[in-house]
Write a protein of this length. Structure first.
Length: 252
């Protein structure tokens, strides 16, 4: 049932809260206290912003959860600026992983994620922008694997990037707000971010159930919804129009 998806998302949320508490209360967390941030990141002006953006871009390109980048951005730069920086870094990471798969790592990715590629291709083929939004709104799922699989599929790059950037907004806002609450008004901000997370998660689940039209992009997600998982066509074969091996990649 879909409650499992929300519960798993809440586990991630609580894990990030615990990280914030450790940053605030332990000695090793002092590395990320406000004095350190003011001196080495925020205090460097544009260079500090560029440093964080570049680091977040690189880490999300290699699979660091975007929620963690959003949390750290909110902690370092406050809610508004942190949200903007995290959204930019996450979107750039998405583009980098996608283009790597499409231009350089096609054979490697195809071998590693062959089943996921078929599902992604079938899921996104008819309306890539809207269906990408459905994926990004869900409170769980592998952002990194989705980026790589989409890069090898036939989905148009611009539609995937646009849908991803818009779809990243809800959780970026939630976790940047959570990060900003570690040092400023923690009771209100952490509670409010938790409420926003639940609301956005429920909305994402509702939209996915209503508009996916029986398709799935991820076997594990389908299992959480109570479906059989992973079959994109009869006997697990790709559905019509989703034979990615005979189709060229979409336009970059």
């Amino acid at each position: 049932m879909s409650a499992k998806i929300l519960i798993r998302g809440l586990v991630l949320f609580v894990s990030v809260v615990v990280l914030g508490v450790l940053i605030k209360t332990t000695e090793w967390g002092a590395v990320f206290d406000q004095d350190w941030i003011d001196t080495y990141v925020r205090g460097r002006g544009v260079r500090g912003l560029a440093l964080f953006l570049a680091l977040g871009w690189a880490l999300t390109s290699f699979g660091l959860p975007r929620q963690l980048v959003s949390f750290l951005a909110g902690h370092a730069f406050g809610f508004a600026l942190g949200t903007g920086l995290a959204l930019a870094a996450t979107t750039l990471g998405c583009i980098t992983a996608f283009m790597f798969a499409r231009l350089l790592g096609r054979d490697m990715v195809a071998r590693r994620f062959s089943d996921r590629i078929r599902r992604i291709d079938g899921f996104l083929s008819e309306n890539p922008l809207a269906m990408t939004l459905l994926i990004r709104f869900l409170p769980l799922g592998s952002n990194f694997a989705t980026n790589l699989a989409a890069g090898v599929s036939g989905v148009r790059a611009v539609s995937f990037f646009t849908g991803s950037a818009i779809g990243f907004v809800p959780q970026t806002v939630v976790f940047a707000l959570l990060g900003s609450g570690i040092s400023l008004d923690p009771g209100f901000r952490i509670t409010f971010s938790a409420v926003l997370f639940v609301v956005s998660g429920l909305l994402g689940i509702h939209l996915y159930r209503r508009y996916r039209h029986g398709k799935t992009f991820d076997e594990e997600v389908e299992k959480q919804f109570g479906g059989p998982g992973g079959k994109s066509g009869p006997e697990g074969k790709p559905g019509p129009g989703s034979d990615i091996e005979s189709r060229p990649a979409g336009n970059p």
